[in-house]
Design a protein around this ligand. Structure first.
Ligand code: NAD
Ligand code: UD1
Length: 339
């Protein structure tokens, strides 16, 4: 059974390809390598013994996308990861973000409809909830106006899926709303490859411990949280990858209850920045050099998932303990070294 994975050499995509192949699926990847490296395929092959099929082109190219589907008539389902994802960058380059993230989804959907591919899993984000009034957030929590063009592309893509599902009754679509993905494969063969100075907490932290950055700045300790630092739901990338396999099976087995569904993919636990630093120190025995600085613009105070629906409907539950996730992340950083 062949699954088409867009953005499959990226961080979450590569871990999902591993889980798909280990679950018996055949995979074909398309990636334009704008934020990933072709050597990721070596890592996937090393773990699974199988090198996935790969084509390099830009999914905003409608003709190239159509030609690809025309050549691959055996695709049964699609997982659409390909997107630009840097929140800050999206504020300064809104047109590039709207063009890339909306047009790539549109081209994939147009070709799916034309070539009769019925099943799609889409990478969404808890960013669609903003700062929710009630925590934890359930799937029924109202979405809020996005804080950034990036966040807005996720909300708009969800709307496209919802509207399409209303008229294309035999197309089956699932959006997975990821909370904060972290971690790396325990083999240290694949992991996150941040481009330039990382914006996200974990790559900045591990690069600081590795001596690439001098000090981690903790953005604010005056929030209304137990220790004053913001709270997030950090989900292990392997658990997240497995959620995609479960979602794909649900679609292929016809177990979905509606032809557009969306699920929170998190652990259900809120962890503060200081708690995460302490957990990292416990997991690795390494000291993190950090200092408290002012708040970062656009940050929300706290968010974590109610995962009841994913647990009961999907039959999926996060399982990797946080200390293990952090130990895997550090093993990956050690492998990357200072490069
Ligand atoms: P990533 O940048 O590592 O992977 C995305 C991949 O898509 C990259 O390999 C990139 O080269 C490719 N790509 C981008 N635009 C493309 C295009 N037009 N054509 C072909 N390939 C293209 O990012 P990731 O962290 O693996 O994220 C995967 C998905 O999950 C994205 O949609 C992202 O928005 C979403 N998401 C990520 C997070 C997170 O914290 N990492 C959180 C919520 C949602
Ligand atoms: C951000 C995005 C979110 C996106 C996610 C994954 C914003 C507002 N949200 O989430 O849409 O889905 O990344 O790409 O940007 N922190 C520090 N020091 C640092 C870095 C981060 O203290 O150097 C803190 C932040 O204040 C935050 C927490 O760590 O409280 C997590 O930050 P980060 O990893 O950037 O993720 P989010 O901001 O939650």
């Amino acid at each position: 059974m062949k699954v088409f994975v867009t953005g499959g050499t990226g961080y979450i995509g590569s871990h999902t390809v591993v889980e798909l192949q280990q679950s018996g699926f055949e995979v074909v990847i398309v990636d334009n390598l704008c934020n990933s490296n072709i050597q990721v395929l070596d890592g996937i092959e090393k773990i699974t013994g199988v090198r996935p099929e790969f084509e390099q082109f830009d999914l905003t190219d409608e003709k190239a996308t159509r030609d690809f589907f025309a050549r691959h008539r055996d695709i049964k389902a699609v997982i659409h990861f390909a997107a630009l994802k840097a929140v800050g960058e999206s504020v300064s380059m809104p047109l590039e973000y709207y063009k890339n993230n909306l047009n790539s989804l549109m081209n994939v959907l147009l070709s799916m409809r034309e070539f009769g591919v019925k099943n799609l899993v889409f990478s969404s984000s808890c960013t669609v909830y903003g700062q929710a009034d009630v925590l934890p957030v359930t799937e029924q929590t109202p979405r809020k106006q996005a804080e950034s063009p990036y966040g807005n592309t996720k909300a708009m893509c969800e709307d496209i899926l919802r509207d399409l599902a209303k008229v294309e009754k035999d197309m089956n679509l699932i959006a997975l709303r990821y909370f904060n993905p972290i971690g790396a494969h325990p083999s240290a063969c694949i992991g996150e490859l941040p481009n330039g100075v990382p914006n996200n907490l974990i790559p900045y932290l591990t690069q600081t411990v590795a001596g690439i950055r001098e000090q981690l700045s903790v953005f604010g300790n005056d929030y209304n949280t137990p220790d004053g630092t913001p709270v997030r739901d950090y989900i292990d990338v392997i658990d997240l990858a497995k959620a995609h396999v479960v979602a794909i099976r649900r679609l292929l087995d016809g177990k979905n209850k509606a032809n557009y569904e969306y699920f929170n993919i998190g652990t259900g636990n809120g962890v503060s920045v200081l708690e995460l630093i302490q957990a990292f120190e416990k997991a690795t025995g390494k000291k993190v050099n950090y200092k408290i600085v002012g708040r970062r613009a656009g940050d929300i105070e706290k968010v974590w998932a109610d995962t009841t629906v994913a647990n009961t409907e999907l039959g999926w539950k996060a399982g990797v303990p946080l200390v293990e996730t952090l130990a895997n992340t550090w093993r990956w950083q050690e492998k990357l070294g200072k490069g």
